[in-house]
Design a protein around this ligand. Structure first.
Ligand code: HEC
Ligand code: HEC
Ligand code: HEC
Ligand code: HEC
Ligand code: HEC
Ligand code: HEC
Ligand code: HEC
Ligand code: HEC
Ligand code: HEC
Length: 375
């Protein structure tokens, strides 16, 4: 720059011309390269291309000794549409040092970047490490889910994208790969069919009840599904008046439970009494009218029988969620009403009695006072 400032106006013209020529040549070179190479490839590091020489070939696979097929083809488009589009293959496959690979590459360790407490860039998943899954992984259990089992390997998406393997609609399928019995029950349940078949987004999926990373065993007191905590999970929606009205769900179930024998004992910390899922089940929750439902009249003796050894049909009679304030409860309504009237009239009589008594005392006190002044 300094040179340019000092050169005379005479010599500056050829300098400008040569700059223009250089720019032209550079531009031409760039455009020629652009024509020769697809745009995407231009933006990718050369190593990426090297890996894809072999792994980019459709049908590239290896037959393992046990006869299973190991797919070695990598779908480039999948990676390019993922949140990690800018990463190199070896950012994840850090152990691939040479080609051909002298050692079979191991499993990918996502914590390399998403490490605990990472302040910027790759968000951490701190709570995962305290979960039943994280603890299992720490012990080196091969069955434990690692980040990629839930989020995917080459197709990782932002978690709020509908394409994500952990989106509200997809996460049940993802968990279900390892928890088949729960998944099979859930997809038949009122909640599963509401979400997956009828697209009612306010219906729960696995992570609504279990949490996203901090998934714990049912017998851990910090777990969302610990017997004393289940009521909080169900209340989130079943106490929501708007939701109840919108989907025509029978309401008042939380308050009536709290007033029931079980509910009161639950409040006092009993984990043996029935909570919502003891009677409704956790995953195969169905309306009363469904013959498969645990609360269908035909199955109720069995449901109560889990804890009440001699429960028979008679034992289960009378509704469980009793709202004495609803006329539809027939005799119970009138009994409730009778006791309510009895209580109110007793209290009223008592009140009148106290008033009269006070009045009497006041009067006699007043005469006493008069007497005093008169003395
Ligand atoms: C010359 C062809 C070739 C090139 C280039 C190549 N690979 Fe491989 N790759 C293979 C073969 C063959 C295997 C199977 C190795 C085996 O199991 O013995 C393999 C296996 C792998 C595996 C393990 C798959 C599994 O689940 O066991 C990974 C990961 C991998 N390659 C990543 C890469 C990366 C990253 C690059 C670029 C740095 C790369 N490869 C370049 C041929 C190649
Ligand atoms: C975001 C991290 C990430 C990036 C980037 C990535 N991979 Fe992978 N790759 C994985 C994960 C996770 C798996 C699943 C196996 C595992 O858990 O280790 C995998 C599996 C593979 C496999 C085994 C076959 C399969 O599809 O399961 C090959 C081969 C492979 N990757 C090659 C590549 C190549 C080549 C690139 C670059 C073009 C690449 N990977 C980029 C994370 C990554
Ligand atoms: C058992 C399945 C599962 C495993 C294993 C798992 N995640 Fe997640 N992850 C989820 C779910 C579910 C969400 C939340 C999705 C939502 O918000 O709807 C999530 C969210 C995230 C987010 C978004 C930020 C946040 O905290 O909501 C990041 C980043 C993430 N996970 C990274 C990881 C990493 C890194 C690992 C491994 C250490 C991992 N996850 C292991 C299921 C899992
Ligand atoms: C080389 C570092 C690196 C590795 C290795 C890596 N990630 Fe990431 N990851 C990132 C960065 C950086 C972002 C943020 C990208 C952005 O926001 O554009 C990210 C974003 C994510 C997100 C989206 C979080 C959100 O906010 O919704 C998830 C989920 C995720 N990664 C999971 C994984 C999984 C699973 C693996 C292992 C297969 C992995 N990552 C490996 C760097 C990495
Ligand atoms: C890769 C397989 C895998 C995936 C995916 C997975 N889990 Fe697990 N999960 C396990 C294993 C293994 C255990 C420990 C099994 C055991 O102790 O019975 C476990 C334990 C659990 C437990 C405690 C069970 C108990 O009886 O103590 C719950 C709850 C759970 N997982 C929920 C989920 C949810 C919700 C998801 C999805 C967000 C999920 N899991 C995804 C493998 C997986
Ligand atoms: C409506 C809330 C709810 C939903 C949705 C839900 N769970 Fe559960 N889950 C529970 C409750 C409550 C328990 C505890 C049951 C008990 O103590 O017997 C439980 C227990 C479990 C257990 C421990 C073993 C067992 O069966 O008792 C696993 C594993 C599990 N759930 C996985 C899943 C998976 C996978 C999904 C999604 C397909 C899912 N759950 C959906 C509430 C739910
Ligand atoms: C995220 C919100 C949400 C949570 C949490 C939830 N539910 Fe539901 N539940 C719904 C919705 C929405 C419906 C109605 C679905 C429909 O219209 O088909 C429903 C329906 C039901 C029904 C059938 C009602 C009928 O219409 O006959 C029962 C029983 C039920 N839930 C019990 C439970 C129990 C027990 C729990 C806790 C273990 C629970 N729910 C947790 C949202 C929720
Ligand atoms: C002791 C067993 C038991 C417990 C505990 C229990 N329920 Fe129920 N629930 C039933 C029975 C039986 C019915 C059917 C009769 C009725 O509607 O009262 C029912 C009905 C329901 C319904 C209406 C379903 C329909 O199809 O009519 C909902 C919603 C519901 N319960 C939610 C809950 C919630 C939420 C909890 C926990 C706060 C809970 N229940 C606790 C036994 C129980
Ligand atoms: C998860 C176990 C469990 C389930 C399921 C269960 N209960 Fe209970 N219930 C208890 C316990 C524990 C007590 C307290 C008994 C005691 O202290 O002796 C109790 C007490 C009661 C009581 C008051 C005390 C008594 O023994 O008469 C009634 C009434 C009752 N249950 C009815 C039912 C009905 C009806 C069902 C089925 C719809 C049911 N219970 C399902 C555990 C359960």
């Amino acid at each position: 720059m300094k040179n340019n400032m000092t050169v005379s106006g005479h010599s500056s013209r050829p300098a400008k011309a040569s700059a223009a020529v250089r720019i032209f040549i550079a531009a031409a070179a760039v455009s020629m390269l652009a024509v020769l190479m697809p745009m995407k490839a231009w933006s990718q590091p050369p190593l990426y291309q090297k890996c894809l020489l072999c792994h980019g070939r459709p049908g590239f696979k290896k037959i393992l000794p046990d006869g299973k097929v190991l797919e070695l083809f990598v779908n480039k488009a999948e990676l390019e549409h993922s949140i990690h589009a800018k990463l190199h293959c070896t950012d994840c496959h850090a152990d691939v040092m040479e080609i051909p690979h002298m050692k079979v590459p191991g499993t990918v360790n996502c914590y390399r970047c998403h490490y605990k407490d990472n302040p910027n860039g790759a968000k951490p998943a701190n709570e995962f490490f305290q979960s039943v899954h994280g603890k299992l992984d720490e012990q080196g259990d091969p069955k434990a889910p690692r980040c990629q089992n839930c989020h995917g390997g080459h197709n990782v998406q932002k978690v709020d994208s509908p394409l994500s393997t952990v989106s509200h609609l997809n996460v049940a399928y993802t968990c279900g790969k390892c928890h088949k019995p729960q998944y099979d029950n859930y997809v038949q349940s009122i909640h599963g069919t509401a979400l997956l078949d009828r697209h009612i987004k306010s219906a729960p999926t696995c992570t609504t009840c279990h949490g996203k990373h901090l998934i714990l065993k049912p017998d851990s007191p910090d777990s969302t599904i610990y017997p004393l905590n289940v009521i909080n999970v169900c209340s989130k929606c079943h106490e929501n008046k708007e939701l109840i009205r919108k989907y025509n769900i029978p309401g008042g179930r939380i308050s009536t439970y709290k007033e029931s024998y079980h509910g009161i004992a639950d409040e006092f910390g009993s984990v043996r009494v029935a909570n919502c899922s003891s009677c409704h089940r956790a995953h195969l929750i169905l309306p009363e009218s469904d013959p498969r439902s645990s609360i269908n009249k035909a199955n109720l003796a069995k449901t109560c029988g889990k804890c009440h050894k001699d429960a028979n049909v008679n034992f289960t009679k009378g509704k469980i969620h009793v709202n004495y304030k609803s006329k539809s409860n027939g005799i119970l309504y009138y009994i409730g009403m009778f006791f309510e009237i009895l209580t109110i009239s007793t209290l009223t009589l008592l009140f009148i009695h106290i008033l009269l008594d006070l009045f009497r005392r006041f009067k006699s006190g007043e005469t006493k006072g008069k007497n005093k002044r008169g003395e």
